[in-house]
Design a protein around this ligand. Structure first.
Ligand code: TPP
Ligand code: MG
Length: 564
């Protein structure tokens, strides 16, 4: 089509929007429909299978699938929801994408523009509602501006520190026939880190005896990961990963020493405090990673090198000795070219790795031994499996006992959002058809969004769900037992038969109550080729991999609150 014809290409707003998505390289959308964006649905119909439309059961599910898709591919997927109630259900996805720095587009069908401020049916001001949750919020009231605002939204979502962009779509605007050109994708190269940073890093390393790297963040490319591995293995620097950023670094390498987040090995946390140089690369130094802001001295006595794409995040809580703003992958490339000097920390690295491996040894537990089950999973999972994780105590079992491998991926919500794991697993299966997807979820979180199993069936995704069943909101029970021992309140659960729940959708269900049952159950689940669920029937007394409820009560030692 010539440029002149393109100019003449009069289309209704809904179609312009679908074409704008295509022009920006967005080929997958996750939707729960609403009459507020019928014209966009029709635009999606018009472009046919150029855009894959995944119909979901719950807006939180839709937006979590889109978030996981963006987290795994680095390109945003779009979620479409209706105004008012749909937007409210979807808001959790904006919060996850914000805290996880994930590119995401959340489109919301809006009321007709001429009814604004009458509190008309389902009316909400999204600029106010999503102000603190999103990186940017806009509303399209003129169909001629669709290409501009969609293109800018993609740029905002994907550059610097990535994040969610919310785009409200006035209802009648979607019907207006306009002639407007599609806009091409912009190639935006990220700022390069200043080469002086590498020189200073080298000088700091030369003075160090106990360096420690923390990898995190969302902007890694495969090349960047390979380069940072070359740098860190070449210098034999011990490497941790930030909260829920497992698999950013190959856990089988002899300098991987564990994760810093919620439920980290206390021995690792203690040793991390001994480090004399912190290399925080790509990660925010947020609450979870820094163990409630206690890991380093805020006045900067431990030298910190902080490499991050957004300068406004550097020095936010901890004063760095050296801040390096810019693309972490470019930094990694430059660091990989450094010739390793003498590394007087061989013993330090070896001892941290020994700690990691000692922590992975399988203890004996009463009842189902989840440590052994996780070690079996480590053996049995596909070498390029994608793991998705919900939020809860159960997540500490895989983090402690599995060393994730180079080609595997692991994603979870760093904001601790329950209900993430199952839809994220479906998003992962849609992003990477044919790859094995394993979901870790508790009996609490799995029923927040477990109905999306129907979406998995509808779109041919086949994740394997591992449901850690302790018949309680175990994390909160753990805090309860520490703070108010024996006073169980609001945390006990009555569960369905999870295997039959999965079977009722047409999937494969298994119950594992004994340790030796896990491996064959996982094999059968993987071979079934269908969505599968394995209920892990836990000993509820074993509240974490490190403590029983009895031990928590015994160690609680807090003053009981007075009741008035
Ligand atoms: C959406 C949401 N609601 C509530 C919480 C608070 N919360 C954190 S963990 C947890 C319990 C999780 O229970 P379950 O999924 O069974 O996992 P478990 O801790 O028992 O392993 C709750 C209620 C949360 N993090 N997210
Ligand atoms: Mg539970």
């Amino acid at each position: 089509m010539s440029a002149a014809q393109q100019q003449d290409n009069t289309r209704p707003g809904g179609r312009v929007l679908a074409d704008a998505l295509l022009a920006q390289g967005i080929d997958t959308v996750f939707v729960v429909p609403g009459e507020s964006y019928l014209d966009v649905l029709d635009g999606l119909y018009a472009v046919g299978n150029q855009i894959k439309t995944v119909t979901c059961r719950f807006e939180a599910g839709a937006v979590n699938m889109a978030e996981a898709y963006g987290k795994l591919t680095g390109r945003p997927a779009a979620a479409f929801v209706t105004r008012g109630p749909g937007a409210c259900h979807a808001s959790i996805g904006a919060h996850i994408a914000h805290q996880d720095s994930t590119p995401l587009l959340l489109f919301i069908g809006q009321i007709p523009f001429e009814e604004t401020d009458r509190e008309s049916f389902q009316e909400v001001d999204y600029r106010r509602m999503f102000g603190p949750l999103a990186k940017w919020v806009t509303q399209i009231d003129d169909a001629r501006r669709i290409p501009e605002l969609v293109a800018h939204s993609v740029d905002v979502a994907t550059t610097g520190r990535p994040g969610p962009v919310v785009i409200a779509l006035s209802e009648e605007m979607q019907k207006h026939a306009v002639s407007v050109p599609d806009l091409p994708r912009a190639t935006v190269l990220q700022p390069l880190p200043d080469p002086r940073g590498i020189e200073r890093l080298q000088a700091l390393l030369a003075d160090s005896r106990k360096p420690l790297a923390i990898l995190g963040g969302s902007t890694w490319t495969p090349e960047g990961r390979a380069a940072i591995r070359t740098f860190l293995t070449g210098h034999n620097i011990p490497v941790t990963v930030g909260f829920r950023r497992q698999a950013l670094y190959d856990g089988t390498l002899p300098n991987f020493v564990g994760d810093l987040g919620v439920g980290s090995d206390p021995a690792l946390v203690a040793r991390a405090k001994e480090a004399d140089l912190i290399l925080a690369i790509g990660t925010r130094l947020g609450e979870a990673v820094t163990q409630g802001y206690t890991l380093f001295d805020p006045a900067g006595r431990t030298p910190i090198v902080h490499v991050y794409p957004d300068p406004s995040e550097i020095g936010r809580v901890f004063r760095p000795t050296l801040g390096i703003a810019g693309d972490v992958n470019a930094f990694a490339g430059a660091a990989a070219a450094l010739r390793p000097g003498p590394a007087p920390w061989t013993e330090w690295t070896r001892s941290l790795r020994a700690l990691r491996e000692a922590g992975r040894e399988v203890p004996s537990y009463e009842g189902l031994n989840l440590a052994q089950a996780m070690r079996d999973l480590e053996e049995l999972a596909a070498p390029d499996a994608v793991f998705t994780c919900d939020a809860g105590n159960f997540a500490t079992w895989p983090a402690r006992f599995i060393n994730f491998k180079e080609d595997q991926r692991f994603i979870g919500p760093t904001n601790g959002a329950m209900g993430y794991g199952v839809p994220a697993g479906i998003g992962a299966a849609i992003a990477f058809p044919g790859r094995q997807v394993v979901v870790f979820a508790g009996d609490g979180g799995v029923l927040m969004t477990g109905q999306e199993i129907a979406t998995a069936f509808h779109h041919g995704a086949a994740p394997i769900l591992l449901v850690f069943n302790n018949a309680m909101y175990g994390t909160i029970r753990m805090y309860q037992e520490r703070t108010y021992p024996g006073r169980v309140s609001g945390t006990a659960l009555t569960n369905p038969d999870f295997a039959r729940f999965m079977e009722s959708f047409g999937g494969h269900g298994e119950v594992v109550a004994k340790t030796e049952e896990f491996a064959p159950a996982f094999r059968r689940a993987a071979e079934s080729g269908k969505p599968a669920l394995i209920e892990l029937r836990m000993n509820p007394e074993q509240i974490t991999s490190r403590a029983t409820i009895g031990q928590l009560r015994a160690g609680a030692g807090v003053v009981k609150p007075e009741r008035k």
